[in-house]
Design a protein around this ligand. Structure first.
Ligand SMILES: Cc1ncc(COP(=O)(O)O)c(C=O)c1O
Length: 441
């Protein structure tokens, strides 16, 4: 008898066909690639193709794929217990993580912290806390901001397609002001004026519970909130008794060269509440709300929490992330990675007039693409082609931006200089190839 033939190795195409048949199309798919394994800043797909990972699972892998210390901490936790529900039977790693995050948060005042599973949940809970603490209902967010895919997260998000299209009605009393974006004609003064307009046209300041902003807009296009804007918001919030929330879900955990990006606003612009998620637990689902103790204690017992919120494996991973940051001095590394990438991107901009801007904070960097030399004409098609050409050469990139014309870099901070340079070279090759579209026959 013939021996049974070994099962065929799956291909990306075959797995995509199964994915299309089984999963809804609303679950977008940036690249038709199925991963087999990953290590630090490299990924291999089921067909054996290697990729340099400049996406980091959308800002989740500041400490890289499978950092040995994080893997070890999670395995050790798995051998003890992996679920009790913190509100039923508590465990020390949760409390220790809260203590260590409080020690790192800016602001010379008493603070408290608690945990959830996703970024959107953290945003929702920060708004809940602000509402209970102030007895007010309105919330102001910013155009181009992104705060998650739950109904409140979508309501706060300042970008309709694809996040909000068809999903309304959204929770009421959410307003959007302009985010400073000089490249697209919005100065800090314009943005502050738009807030005054909201108070004049839409909602009185005394009914506003919170203002929420990202220190660097993530999905919106890596536009950086200048410290003077944050300081003006802080003064406005103080004047009107409004809670200032910094959404650090994408910027936090060292990406911008400080543990939290809002540290760079200076002591005169401390947020009252901070949301974190993504890289804080190195790839395990964990989110946090950190803030002024008197606000955090406003909701009554039972008002906060969740079945999986602050899961033991995720807490163990987050504690290991904190250790790795200390032991490997990843904040200094974030600054070095940022400087190296910025120099590389500026060199590319000197060769390619389509790159209209190189910007970011620390290692949170992006290029914005336009029709050559024309800042009035964003170029989403070229952006898409660059990403496709990069993937074909073994580099995973992510696009973003209100006009879908921004390429953002969220490479692990643990990547070597050699890997960064290799990725930059592939980006350069992808740009050159994407500019030469064959004319239709
Ligand atoms: C700034 C910001 N807030 C909130 C979220 C939502 O986080 P999650 O996808 O974990 O719900 C994201 C996700 O990209 C984000 O970047």
């Amino acid at each position: 008898m013939n021996a049974p033939s070994p099962p065929l190795a799956p291909t990306n195409a075959a797995l995509m066909a199964r994915r299309r048949a089984a999963l809804p199309r609303g679950l977008g798919q940036t690249y038709e690639v199925f991963v087999e394994r990953a290590d630090n800043a490299e990924v291999w797909d089921v067909e054996g193709q290697r990729y340099i990972d400049f996406a980091g699972g959308i800002a989740v892998l500041n400490t890289g794929h499978r950092h040995p210390r994080i893997v070890q901490a999670v395995k050790a936790q798995l051998d003890l217990y992996h679920h009790t529900c913190f509100q039923v039977l508590a465990y020390e790693p949760y409390v220790e993580l809260a203590e260590r995050l409080l020690a790192k948060a800016p602001g010379d005042f008493a603070k408290k912290a608690f945990f959830l599973s996703t970024g959107a949940e953290a945003v929702e809970n920060a708004v809940k806390i602000a509402r209970v603490a102030t007895g007010r209902s309105a919330v102001i967010a910013f155009g181009g901001g992104f705060h998650g895919r739950t109904l409140l997260g979508m309501a706060l998000t300042g970008k309709v397609a694809p996040y909000k299209s068809g999903f309304g009605p959204f929770p009421a009393e959410i307003y959007h002001a302009e985010f400073p974006n000089p490249l697209h004609g919005v100065s800090v003064a314009d943005a502050l004026r738009s807030l005054e307009h909201l108070f004049k046209y839409d909602v009185e300041a005394s009914r506003v519970a919170a203002i929420i902003l990202e220190p660097v807009q993530g999905e919106g296009g890596f536009y950086v909130a200048p410290p003077e804007f944050a300081q003006a918001l802080r003064a406005l919030c103080d004047r009107h008794g409004i809670v200032l929330i910094a959404d650090e879900i994408q910027t936090g955990a060292g990406r911008t060269g400080t543990w939290l990006a809002c540290e760079q606003w200076g002591p005169q612009a401390c947020p009252d509440l901070i949301t974190m998620a993504k890289s804080m637990a190195g790839g395990f689902p964990l989110a946090a709300v950190i803030g002024r103790a008197e606000l955090m204690d406003a909701p009554g017992p039972g008002g906060l929490g969740g079945t999986y919120a602050g899961h033991p494996l995720a807490c163990a991973a987050a504690l290991a992330v904190l250790d790795v940051f200390e032991q490997e001095q990843l904040l200094a590394r974030a600054q070095a990675v940022g400087a190296r990438l910025r120099a590389g991107l500026q060199a590319l901009a000197a060769q390619h007039p389509e790159i209209g801007d190189v910007r970011g904070l620390g290692a949170m960097l992006a290029i914005e693409l336009f029709q050559a030399g024309n800042l009035q004409q964003p170029n989403p098609e070229l952006t898409q082609r660059v990403c496709a050409e990069a993937l074909a050469r073994g580099l995973v990139l992510l696009s973003c931006g209100l006009y879908a014309n921004v390429i953002r870099i969220l490479v692990p901070l643990t990547a070597s200089d050699a890997l960064l340079d290799e990725g930059l070279a592939l980006l350069g090759a992808a740009l050159a190839a994407a500019k030469h579209v064959p004319k239709p026959q």
